[in-house]
Design a protein. Structure first.
Length: 163
């Protein structure tokens, strides 16, 4: 049985959070997620159409949630790491876990951010400046939960680097 949430405080909070998205491509992704979500907490990954998402695919990472041995917060494994990420960071995380991220400070930030999505059970928008390998990177991003029923199974991160 699907739960319905349209018109309630959760839906209003989601719209307010995602209304702050500034970049048109991220705005499109946030609106697409809201459309696919319908009256539920979040859409399932299977509901997302790669052809519809083609213009933003290079700017998306999808992370699966896996139980952490011994308990605690989940292990995040990159199922997809867009070409824009590879270009800006200089490495590909596809098939690797967030624990494998080579820059400890940014890995810790990402871990906190993805766990925030899981714990708060809602999307987040971020604007951030960071230094990676001596380069300043500015970006705007959204982190959007994906799953079935009441369970978050994946997080989709859309991110655009600003130059």
């Amino acid at each position: 049985m699907e739960m319905e949430y349209a018109g309630d405080a959760i839906s209003e909070q989601l719209r307010n959070t995602l209304a702050d998205v500034q970049l048109p491509a991220l705005r499109w992704l946030a609106d697409y997620w809201l459309e696919k979500r319908g009256n539920r907490l979040w859409p399932a990954r299977a509901e997302l159409d790669v052809l519809e998402m083609r213009p933003v695919l290079g700017h998306i990472a999808i992370l699966e949630l896996h139980p952490r041995p011994g308990g605690g917060m989940p292990v995040f494994k990159y199922r997809m790491f867009g070409t824009s990420f590879v270009h800006w960071f200089g490495f590909d995380m596809t098939g690797k876990t967030l624990d494998d991220w080579p820059v400890p400070e940014y890995r810790d930030y990402l871990n906190r951010s993805y766990n925030e999505v899981v714990l708060a059970r809602r999307p987040f928008r971020r604007y951030r400046r960071l230094i990676q390998d001596g380069r300043q990177l500015n970006y705007e991003g959204v982190m959007l939960p994906l799953g079935r029923g009441d369970a978050i199974e994946q997080v989709m991160a859309g991110q655009y680097f600003l130059v």
